[in-house]
Ligand binder design. Structure first.
Ligand SMILES: C[S@@+](CC[C@H](N)C(=O)[O-])C[C@H]1O[C@@H](n2cnc3c(N)ncnc32)[C@H](O)[C@@H]1O
Length: 335
C-alpha cells in the first residue's frame, strides 16, 4: 500500500475507534436500521438462505420483506408522534387516507384464522411495555421472523457455505444471522478495522471468528470464501480505496460478492465527498457495474424502494438512496 492509502486506513480506524464501545454496539441495530426490519439485512439473509436451499423458502422470504416494510412504516408513524392505540385504531377502521393499501391488506390477512404468520401488527401496537420509549417496537413484534426462521431452519440439514463479512461492526448483522438460526449453516468470518467493534463482537459471540482487519489488505487467499458481503462501507472510502476494496472482495470470493449501499445513485458518476477523516460519497451503481463487468462478473443491481414496491407493494423505502449489488462470478465451463 502506498503512503496515501496507509494514511486513509489509519484515519478510517480512528473514525470508528474514537466512539465509546456502548455507542458502537447500538447505533446501527436500532430503529429503521434494526436488521430484523431493515430491508437490506433481510435481503442479505434471504440471499444466503436461497443459496443454501434454492427456491425452498421463496414465500417466507417475501413475507419477511413485507414484515420489514410494514414495521418500518409503523415505526415511522410512531416517530412522527402517533400513539400506538391511535395507529391501531386507524388501521382497524381501514382509513385509506392515512394508511397505505399494503398495510391494510397485510392487517386483514394477519387477522385471518388461516394465516400462518402471527399478527405482528397487533404485537407492535397493542403490546405495551412501560419501560419502552414511545417510538420503539417491542421485541415480541420484532422477533416474529427470527422465531419462524429458527423453527424452519432447524429442520434443514446443516450445510457449509463459507461467508466473509467485511466491516461487520459490533456483529451488527451477525446477531440476527445467529438468532434466526442461520449460523449453524454457515462457516462465518467477520472483519472490521475498528478494534472496539471486534471486541464488542467477540464479547457477544466468543466462539465466532471475528478479526481486526482492513478490507484494503484482508490477507486472505484468492477464492477463500464462497460468499463475501458488506453493508455500508464503500461510501466511506476515497476513490482509490473504493476500487482497492472492491477488487479485494472480488479476489477473495469464489461465487458472489453482495454489497449494500446507503447512499447510491443510477447517475453515471460517483459523487466523492470527503467528510472529516473519511468520506460520505454518493456511489454510482453504473460505475460499479462497469468495474465488475470488466472482471467478467454478472451484476444485478437492486434499488430498494422500487424493488420493495414491486415485491410487497410498499409505497417506498425509508432510505430512497439505498441500493444493493449482487456480483456473481461467471462459472467457467471450460475444463
Ligand atoms: C457504517 S458502519 C457499517 C457497519 C455494519 N456493516 C452495519 O451495516 O451495521 C462502517 C463500518 O466499516 C468499518 N470500516 C471502516 N473502514 C474499514 C476498513 N478499511 N476495513 C474494514 N472495516 C472498515 C467501520 O469500523 C464500521 O464498523
Amino acid at each position: 500500500m502506498d503512503h496515501a492509502m496507509l494514511l486513509e486506513e489509519h484515519n478510517l480506524r480512528l473514525s470508528w475507534d474514537c466512539h465509546p464501545s456502548e455507542y458502537l454496539d447500538h447505533y446501527l441495530v436500532s430503529g429503521v436500521e434494526d436488521p430484523r426490519i431493515n430491508g437490506q439485512s433481510i435481503l442479505n439473509r434471504a440471499l444466503l438462505v436461497d443459496t443454501l436451499y434454492p427456491g425452498r423458502f421463496d414465500a417466507l422470504i417475501t413475507e419477511e420483506l413485507r414484515f420489514g416494510a410494514v414495521l418500518t412504516w409503523i415505526l415511522q408513524q410512531l416517530e412522527k408522534g402517533s400513539t400506538r392505540y391511535e395507529l391501531l385504531d386507524t388501521i382497524e377502521s381501514a382509513c385509506r387516507t392515512h394508511v397505505p393499501e399494503f398495510i391494510l391488506e397485510t392487517y386483514a390477512w394477519l387477522q385471518d384464522k388461516t394465516c400462518p404468520i402471527p399478527d405482528y401488527i397487533g404485537a407492535a401496537l397493542s403490546h405495551f411495555d412501560c419501560d419502552m420509549p414511545a417510538p420503539c417496537l417491542s421485541d415480541l413484534a420484532l422477533d416474529t421472523f427470527m422465531t419462524i426462521w429458527n423453527e424452519q431452519l432447524s429442520h434443514m440439514p446443516a450445510s457449509t457455505i463459507s461467508v466473509l463479512e467485511i466491516a461487520c461492526g459490533s456483529a451488527n448483522d451477525y446477531r440476527f444471522l445467529d438468532r434466526c438460526g442461520l449460523t449453524r449453516h454457515l462457516s462465518y468470518t467477520g472483519i472490521d478495522i475498528a478494534a472496539r467493534n471486534i471486541a464488542n463482537a467477540r464479547n457477544h459471540y466468543p466462539h465466532a471468528d471475528f478479526r481486526v482487519r482492513s478490507v484494503l489488505a484482508t490477507e486472505f487467499l484468492d477464492s477463500s470464501y464462497d460468499y463475501v458481503f458488506c453493508h455500508d462501507l464503500i461510501e466511506h472510502l476515497s476513490l482509490a480505496a473504493m476500487e482497492r476494496a472492491l477488487g479485494e472482495m472480488f479476489r477473495v470470493a469464489t461465487n458472489e460478492v453482495i454489497l449494500h449501499f446507503f447512499n447510491a445513485t443510477w447517475d453515471p458518476d460517483h459523487e466523492i465527498v470527503p467528510v472529516r477523516r473519511y468520506h460520505r460519497n454518493r456511489v454510482s451503481m453504473q460505475k460499479l457495474s462497469v468495474f465488475f463487468e470488466r472482471l467478467d462478473a454478472q451484476v444485478t443491481c437492486i434499488e430498494m424502494a422500487q424493488w420493495l414496491r414491486w415485491k410487497v407493494g410498499s409505497p417506498g423505502y425509508h432510505n430512497p438512496n439505498a441500493f444493493s449489488l449482487i456480483v456473481e462470478r461467471q462459472v467457467s465451463l471450460a475444463k
